[in-house]
Design a protein around this ligand. Sequence first.
Ligand SMILES: Cc1cc2nc3c(=O)[nH]c(=O)nc-3n(C[C@H](O)[C@H](O)[C@H](O)COP(=O)(O)OP(=O)(O)OC[C@H]3O[C@@H](n4cnc5c(N)ncnc54)[C@H](O)[C@@H]3O)c2cc1C
Length: 321
Amino acid sequence: MISALTTNKQEKANLTERNIIHLPGTDCVIKSAASLSAFTSYRVGGSAEWYVAPRSLEALQASIEYAKDLNLPVTILGAGSNLLVSDQGIPGLVIASRHFRSKHFDLQTGQLTVAAGESIPSLAWEAADLGWQGLEWAVGIPGTVGGAVVMNAGAHNSCIADMLVSAELLSPDGRLETITPAELGYQYRSSLLQRGKRIVTQATFQLQPGADPAKVLATTKEHKQHRLTTQPYNYPSCGSVFRNPKTYSAGWLIEQAGLKGYQIGGAQVAQLHANFIVNRGGAKASDIFCLISHIQREVQERWSIWLEPEVKMIGEFQPVG
Ligand SMILES: Cc1cc2nc3c(=O)[nH]c(=O)nc-3n(C[C@H](O)[C@H](O)[C@H](O)COP(=O)(O)OP(=O)(O)OC[C@H]3O[C@@H](n4cnc5c(N)ncnc54)[C@H](O)[C@@H]3O)c2cc1C
C-alpha cells in the first residue's frame, strides 16, 4: 500500500521546496512552518518545520514513509494538552492525530473502540448519555485517546490502565500490532510508549453498559464541576506540571514553598492550584520553562525533593543556570 503512494526521493525533495505538499494517493496535505501555538493548550510555542494531520491509516502511513525518505524526525501531537513546545518550534514532521477519528460502542461486549484522535471528554459525555459507566472520571482531561493511552491519563482514582483492553500501534517500519496493557509497562502517568517511536492508532476500552443515563450523567457532571472549582480552567495550561512524588503532592510542596502566584513573564503559578502553571496572556514557552526550573530549585532547596515534570517538553530549551 505504502509503495503505491510513494513517489521517488528526488520527487519528494523537489516537493519540499514548495510550502505545501500533497501526499500522492491521499487527501493529505503537508504544510511547512505551521504555527503550533493554537494546537497546544498552553497556547505557546513556535512552528512545526512540517505539519500534517492525516485522516486515515493510509494517510498516516504515507506521512511516516515520507518522513523516513527525507530523514525527518517525527513528533506526534494529540490535543497538545500535555505539551510545552519550544519557542524555536519543532524540527522535522509533526503528525497531528486530531483528524484521526472513528468510534464504535459494542453493546455485546461493553467495549468502546476508538481512533487515536477522538476527544476523551467528548467520549465521556457520549458514554454517559448512553448509560455506559467507566469514563465519568475522564471528563476533565482535555486530551485525545492516543495521548491518554501514552500518558496513562488519570483522575479521581482511575486511569487508562484500569480500562484499556488493547491498543493498536503503528511501528516506524509501518507494521501494525495490537498489544495489551500488560505490554505497556503502565505506572503512574507513565508507559513504555513515552520512550519509543510507536504511534497509537486505536484503543479499546472496557466499559459497563446498561446503567441509568441520568445517573451516569450526574456523576460525570459532578466530576467536571469538582475540577472547575479546584483547578484553573479559565487560563491556558497543561494541567498538572509535575508528577506527584510518593510522599506529598507536588501542589502542596509548591504552595508551602511560597510560590503560589509567582510569575515569570506571562507564566504564573496558579493561585487556585499550585501544580498548575497558567499562561496569564502573552507567555512564551521560555517563560514557562524558566518557571518550571525555578519551582524545581525552590522545592529542592526547601524539601530536598526534585520534582519531575509530567508535561512533555518538545524542541530546544536553554537550561536555566
Ligand atoms: C486543564 C487540564 C487538565 C488536565 N487534567 C489532567 C488530569 O486530570 N489527568 C491527567 O492525566 N492529565 C491531565 N491533563 C494533561 C493532559 O490532558 C493529559 O496528559 C492527556 O492525556 C494528553 O493527551 P493529548 O492528546 O493532549 O496528548 P499531547 O499533549 O498531544 O501529547 C502527550 C504525549 O503523548 C504523545 N502522543 C499523543 N498522541 C499520540 C499517539 N497517537 N501516538 C503516540 N504518541 C502520542 C505525544 O507525542 C506526547 O509525548 C490536563 C491538561 C489540562 C490542560
